[in-house]
Design a protein around this ligand. Structure first.
Ligand code: FAS
Ligand code: PHB
Length: 429
């Protein structure tokens, strides 16, 4: 599959008749001094999973792109973040020839084990959805696979190069401004895609009179650790009891990823190893199930929790994808997966434009993504509220949360609703 994808891309790229319509009569890109292109079809800001996947998808369709990334390549590849891929994300990676390592390194998941009231309450989402899985395959592995594919294809990627300004998005020739060796440089594009994350600059290029944002900040964070310890079971485990949320996830048969609800501004140094393990046992161990395995803690950090959404996700020839447009609390494992869903919609829309001169999908990009994204915001925000303990929760609120958990895990309708969302909602073509 991968070889076919690359063969097709090479054919299209080398055969002039196959080259896709650029927006002017010049094919391909001009080169500025220093041998770097100063003209391309799609300019991509950011080399995270969204930017890399979009560039790879466009390459397979013979569409040219340039990625400009603020950080160094090693930093981008070294970031430890998400851990779980939806069914649709794995299918997407397979379709673009990158499913090989998932099959060998990834861990297919069929269920989640919710622990509360001193018992284990398992939701088998594979059974509830008629065979849809989730996969434990960490984000840094996805980034490594995408980076390797782009390097093999000789992609134009500029690291250690912050994009300073985006101009002309209301014209047919938007421009990315950056500096190279201290000298100002410009990249002229047909389209610009902001894949530069929550703290990037692309969202700010949309006029304030047009851009609307809304958010919710949660009164807690997650203390995340990596431990050299075999997972106690081969499934993700959530602790949802009165003491506060906890999770056991998996990174490999010998490395466990664990999270503990903590204060939003918690200092990880306040948490000794003993205190961490004691809390994890308290919140995750239940009679009849293997206790959490302890081991050497190799990484510790606190992640704040927020839900954030910007609308629209496009303006003129600028498109936003991934964290540049939205943030979800990591509870539902939707951050990385939503970035991939945006890219799937945008990749198809750009291909329709260049291959068939069809601008309809591009015009509807924001509407298509927002319709799905608000369902993802609903699932992620609702789940985060249900399984965490808010210090201000009244007795009534706590009882309602317990009733929500009982319904979600104890009824066919509750299990199906969780399962459809956790394995991933469909991405509209
Ligand atoms: P990214 O933020 O990954 O990438 C954006 C890129 O743009 C970065 O490389 C940045 O350097 C670059 N950039 C920024 N400004 C630029 C500029 N001006 N010029 C050029 N480049 C610029 N999601 C989950 O599903 N599960 C989890 O458990 C989970 N845990 C997380 C933990 C942490 C600490 C964080 C921060 C996020 C976590 N996420 C999790 C969410 C995360 O996985 C994101 O959803 C995912 O990285 C989104 O990918 P991108 O949209 O590509 O953005
Ligand atoms: C993770 O492994 O990081 C993870 C797993 C399941 C979730 C959220 C995060 O629901």
């Amino acid at each position: 599959m991968a070889r076919d994808a690359r063969r097709v891309a090479r054919q299209r790229a080398s055969d002039p008749s196959q080259r896709l319509r650029a927006d002017d009569d010049r094919h391909g890109a001009d080169h500025a001094a220093g041998g770097r292109m100063n003209r391309t079809q799609v300019g991509i800001v950011g080399a995270g999973p969204a930017g890399l996947m979009l560039s790879h998808m466009l390459h397979l369709e013979g569409i040219e792109s340039v990625i400009i990334e603020r950080a160094g390549r090693e930093h981008v590849q070294g970031r430890l973040r998400a851990g779980v891929l939806e069914h649709g994300t794995v299918e997407m990676l397979r379709e673009v020839g990158l499913g090989g390592r998932i099959a060998s390194v990834g861990l297919e998941q069929h269920a989640i084990d919710f622990r509360f009231g001193g018992e284990s309450h398992r939701i088998d989402f594979h059974e509830a959805t008629g065979g849809r899985s989730a996969w434990v395959y960490p984000q840094h592995e996805v980034v490594a696979d995408l980076m390797a594919a782009r390097l093999r294809a000789g992609a134009e990627m500029r690291f250690d190069t912050p994009v300073e300004r985006i101009e002309g998005i209301d014209t047919a020739r938007p421009v990315l401004h950056y500096a190279q060796d201290g000298a100002p440089r410009e990249l002229h594009c047909d389209f610009v895609v902001g894949c530069d994350g929550f703290r990037g600059i692309s969202r700010g290029a949309i006029p304030p009179s047009v851009l609307k944002t809304c958010d919710r900040v949660y009164p807690f964070g997650w203390l995340g650790i990596l431990a050299e310890a075999a997972p106690s079971t081969n499934e993700v485990v959530w602790g949802c009891d009165e003491g506060g949320f906890a999770m056991q996830s998996i990174r490999s048969p010998s490395v466990t990823r664990l999270y503990l609800q903590c204060e939003p501004d918690e200092n990880p140094d306040n948490w000794s190893d003993d205190r961490i393990w004691s809390e994890l046992h308290q919140r995750l161990d239940v009679p009849g199930m293997p206790p959490i395995n302890e081991g050497r803690i190799t990484q510790k950090g606190v992640t704040a929790m927020r839900s954030f959404q910007s609308e629209p996700m496009q303006h003129g020839r600028l498109f936003l994808a991934g964290d540049a447009a939205h943030i979800v609390p990591p509870t539902g494992a939707k951050g990385l997966n939503s970035a991939m869903a945006d890219v799937k919609v945008l990749g198809r829309a750009l291909t329709a434009y260049y291959r068939r001169a069809d601008e309809g999908l591009l015009a509807r990009y924001s509407q298509t993504c927002l319709k799905r994204m608000w369902l993802v915001q609903r699932f992620s925000g609702g789940l985060c509220t249900m399984v965490h303990r808010f210090s201000g929760d009244s007795v009534f609120a706590r009882r309602l949360k317990r009733a929500d958990l009982d319904y979600m895990t104890g009824t066919p309708a509750g299990r199906l609703q969780f399962s459809e969302n956790f394995t991933g909602l469909p991405v509209e073509a």
